[in-house]
Design a protein around this ligand. Structure first.
Ligand SMILES: Nc1ncnc2c1ncn2[C@@H]1O[C@H](COP(=O)(O)OP(=O)(O)O)[C@@H](O)[C@H]1O
Ligand SMILES: [Mg+2]
Length: 250
């Protein structure tokens, strides 16, 4: 089947420092990819380049065969980029909900702004997405009344309300207290089971092994190893992957 996301020769430099040194990646519809690697290896930069939150220094990104960030050979403006960005739902380590809005409003505002839905439909969609992340019972709460795990689930609902073709998660559980990690991973696992296409940066190795189809190990801005999740996690070939996995397990 054709790739939903296709990345070729992606490079990103900050001044003289090259952070991504040529990433090639193809993601099929419905595929779940875990991106693992040491701190500073370029995982976040890679995700942020996919939707042009960071402008790549070189390379091309195609979503459904449409090139991201470029039209007729020219770079797109932020305004032109907005609809392309909305096709990738992004979930960050820090959830950044609006403190003055309720849970439902936080989700509905994305549907209104990004998809241009009228208020009533946006609210209905928000409630539907909140049900998916098991947050219906807190629909009228304000973010400050929620645990970190609940806030992150609302942030996931917010990303889902864009009806993205692809979900991008950047260490969605890293900022959470350990006892709250599970509820967020469970929601992501349920979304995976629905057949959504997703790219997940995570240090939750057991989760990557069990939920991802494929694992990519990024180190120093290059993909050092990739393969079926169980192979890479349980039987890494490359010494760098082996030592990273050893460190993270202890
Ligand atoms: N805006 C920036 N300006 C300069 N250097 C940056 C910037 N963002 C990230 N970097 C550098 O790029 C490298 C990779 O960062 P990052 O993608 O955040 O790694 P990871 O997510 O794997 O921890 C790091 O050395 C970081 O310091
Ligand atoms: Mg990061």
């Amino acid at each position: 089947m054709d790739a939903l996301l296709r990345v070729t020769g992606l490079r990103k430099a900050y001044g003289p420092v090259e952070v991504l040194k040529g990433i090639d990646l193809s993601v099929r519809p419905g595929e779940k990819i875990a991106l693992i690697g040491p701190s500073g290896s370029g995982k976040s930069t890679c995700l942020r380049c996919l939707n042009f939150l960071e402008k790549p220094s070189a390379g091309q990104i195609f979503l459904d065969e449409e090139e991201i960030g470029v039209r007729n050979g020219r770079p797109m403006s932020d305004r032109e980029l907005a609809p392309q960005r909305s096709e990738m739902g992004m979930v960050f380590q820090l959830f950044n909900l609006w403190p003055h809005l309720t849970v439902t409003e936080n989700v509905a505002i994305a549907a209104r702004k990004v998809r241009g839905l009228p208020a009533k439909e946006a609210r209905e969609l928000a409630l539907e997405m909140l049900a998916k992340v098991h947050m219906t019972h807190r629909a009228d709460a304000s973010p400050a009344e929620l645990s970190g795990g609940q806030q992150q689930r609302v942030a996931i609902a917010r990303a889902l309300s864009q009806k993205p073709k692809l979900m991008l998660f950047d260490e969605p559980t890293s900022a959470l207290d350990p006892e709250l990690v599970h509820e967020v991973l469970k929601v992501i696992e349920e979304l995976a089971a629905e057949g959504r296409t997703m790219l997940i940066v995570t240090h939750e190795i057991a989760f990557a092994r069990d939920v991802a189809d494929r694992v990519l190990f990024l180190d120093g801005g290059v993909i050092v190893e990739e393969g079926p999740a169980r192979n890479v996690i349980s039987h890494p070939r490359e010494p760098r992957t082996q030592s990273f996995l050893k460190q993270i397990r202890h």
